[in-house]
Write a protein that binds this ligand. Sequence first.
Ligand SMILES: C[S@@+](CC[C@H](N)C(=O)[O-])C[C@H]1O[C@@H](n2cnc3c(N)ncnc32)[C@H](O)[C@@H]1O
Length: 250
Amino acid sequence: MNNLTLPYLPQMPEIWQSTLNWQPTAQQQEQFQRLYESILEGNQKLNLTRITAPEEFWEKHLWDSLRGIAPLLKDEKLGEASSPTCVDIGTGAGFPGIPVAIALPDCTITLLDSTRKKMAFLEQVVSALELNNVKTLTGRAEEIGQQSQHRQQYDMALIRAVGAASVCAEYTLPLLKQGGLAIVYRGNWTEDENTAMENAVQQLGGVIESIEKFTTPLSNSIRHCLYLRKVATTPVQFPRAAGIPTQKPL
Ligand SMILES: C[S@@+](CC[C@H](N)C(=O)[O-])C[C@H]1O[C@@H](n2cnc3c(N)ncnc32)[C@H](O)[C@@H]1O
């Protein structure tokens, strides 16, 4: 099928290089291609994503997933951890977690989602892509964040398109070790949101370390990434019971 091939535009190596200071190897390129094919196939049975056109998939799923970890591709923010552990909360069809697992093979990534069917699909994808640095976990972030085998166990937490920013903070920060980094992927971001977020993050033992604004390279859409650093232990009451973070955001 023609439409199963990821686009190869002549400018893509230059885009990877100029925006991320990184380029995929032939093997990583091949894994991106197999990921794209698996998602298109999975979409026939499960409602995984509406982003299926090749260039849009490249930009909004692959490039966007990796833009959030650009500082790590340049090896600036993970600090001491040599085999870091990472959790992708509300991973859905595997974003940003799977592209990140492909790009950072030394990082162990746990894909977490509350939808069992999506996790069953992702298990097949992980095996088809021969990714041996990925684990899957079915559950709600509010419950997983209270379990001792997960709470304070991760060096990094990723979250994209899961809810309001303070909800993302409440889902990510409890799972991080002290010193760990949460990366919250957002579209637009305003000063008002900033004030509310600072307050939420502080209650959870974190600080907003930086906020990056950028435009996507093909459609010039605006995006933001918030980098939250965990600087203190998260109080035991967080995350609150399932549903409360969304009903009563901090
Ligand atoms: C809009 S999708 C985003 C998927 C992916 N992160 C992306 O950016 O393409 C939101 C996902 O978050 C999951 N989700 C929502 N609330 C959750 C929670 N409290 N715990 C775990 N997963 C959750 C949903 O099941 C869904 O798959």
